[in-house]
Ligand binder design. Structure first.
Ligand SMILES: [Zn+2]
Length: 441
């Protein structure tokens, strides 16, 4: 089985681009493919989505709640990586059943753990010489100009150069992946393309508007991606299953809405002065604080080092927050900022649910939730053009057929295992596909 993941690729855009003649080669390689939209995870960020994909479990089990997380009780901030992740993973479960795996660039796989057969870590890795297991693969990648992630520092100012950079990275990644496919054993191979997410964050308007002056350069990027992926697909057998999927969708970012600024304005959060920004600067009188996107934590006595909210008051504080946040409106004065505000205990469960946010605010379309670690305005113009969406991830199977219409990324773990005849009875997702032939590589 070959899995190709395109970070943040919306199903709606995939269909629109197919109608516009992009993805011709992939279409020709998978003439009888089945495709559909898929739901992502809450919070809708790549670290959480891929940890959920990899484990078939919610963050209460794999312990990855966001791109950034807090460590208790001192409230230090960390960027969780593979060593923070807990519980089973797709690659480990397959290995336990003697199925060799090649995995390249999937988020939350850095630092790379020993594996049968190759693991190339993802975007939190910085040094190509330490990006892979076994180490000889790191050497190969370093010598062959492999690039872990795009340099986005000038993406907004030099968009043409940025698109060219992404195109170059995709070529190098696909070349390296084909080399691994030829050189190492595998029955499950997974190539992750992060460059789509990078492109959509910075240049979403030019991606979605075909008339934009940048559009032809961006179209070129997608055509190169199509032909590079086609050449990857060509290096596997016709009978091999291929899954093309994404972890969340994308839409235009219309406004930034800062939950910490709102908590400060409503008298619930106060920052102490100091040089370094961070949660350690929360005043002990604060009631709540937030981390992106939409995660709200009470400043709970006995849990947070600065805790002030008595545990028996927690439910009432949450109820007040939900009621007031639900009444917040966008600048049009009509539409709500949030579609829902949910209790963490309703969506997260497992041994690490103690690290879960107390509330999660789900934004309306186009509302990019922020949680700055300092004073500032609640609303402001977005600095990025695109933002993630929960509903519009995608899945394409070359041979498989969907047996369910409600797809979630948490289902992919059990679904992929079922292809190999493996069942993990503790997984939370369900098998959402069947194959017209018996299981195998
Ligand atoms: Zn993203």
């Amino acid at each position: 089985m070959l899995v190709i993941s395109l970070d943040g690729f919306p199903f709606a855009l995939f269909q629109k681009q197919q109608s516009a003649g992009i993805w011709k080669q992939i279409g020709a390689a998978m003439p009888k493919a089945s495709s559909t939209a898929m739901q992502s995870v809450i919070p809708t960020v790549s670290s959480v989505a891929w940890s959920t994909f990899m484990s078939g479990r919610n963050p209460g089990n794999h312990r990855i709640y966001g791109f950034i997380d807090r460590t208790l009780p001192d409230m230090s901030l960390t960027l969780p990586n593979a060593s923070s992740r807990r519980g089973p993973s797709l690659q480990n479960t397959l290995n336990q059943h003697d199925i060799p795996v090649i995995m390249m660039n999937v988020p939350v796989t850095y630092p790379p753990e020993p594996i049968n057969s190759v693991l190339v870590g993802g975007f939190l890795g910085v040094n190509p010489e330490k990006i892979a297991y076994p180490p000889e693969v790191s050497n190969y990648l370093a010598q062959n100009g492999y690039v872990i992630d795009a340099d986005t520092s000038e993406a907004a100012d030099k968009p043409f150069e940025f698109v060219d950079q992404l195109t170059d990275i995709v070529r190098r990644r696909c070349d390296a992946f084909k080399h691994l496919l030829k050189s190492y054993p595998w029955q499950y191979a997974h190539l992750h393309i992060m460059e789509t997410d990078r492109l959509f964050h910075f240049l979403w308007k030019s991606v979605s508007e075909f008339e934009s002056p940048l559009h032809s350069r961006i179209r070129h990027f997608f055509e190169i991606l199509d032909s590079e992926l086609f050449s990857v697909i060509n290096s596997v057998n016709d009978s091999d299953e291929i899954i093309l999927l994404s972890d969340h969708g994308f839409t235009e970012s219309v406004i930034e809405w800062d939950i910490n600024a709102w908590l400060a304005e409503t008298g619930r959060l106060e920052w102490l002065s100091g040089d370094r920004k961070g949660l350690h600067r929360i005043s002990p009188d604060s009631v709540a604080y937030s981390l992106i996107p939409g995660r709200i934590y009470l400043n709970l006595k006995g849990r947070e080092v600065t805790g002030s909210v008595e545990p028996d008051q927690a439910l009432k504080v949450c109820a007040d927050l939900i009621r007031e946040l639900a009444s917040e409106r966008l600048p049009d004065g009509i539409n709500p900022v949030f579609t829902d505000i949910v209790h963490g205990s309703n969506i997260f469960s497992g041994p690490y649910s103690g690290a879960a946010p107390d509330l999660v605010a789900i934004p309306a379309k186009g509302v990019e939730l922020k949680s700055r670690m300092d004073t500032g305005p609640i609303k402001r113009a977005p600095r990025m053009q695109g933002m993630h969406t929960f509903d519009d991830a995608m899945v394409v199977f070359r041979h498989g057929r969907f047996v369910s219409k409600k797809l979630k990324i948490i289902d992919m773990y059990s679904t992929i295992l079922s292809f190999f005849g493996i069942c993990d009875k503790d997984a939370e997702g369900t098998v959402i596909a069947s194959w017209p032939f018996s299981s195998g590589g």
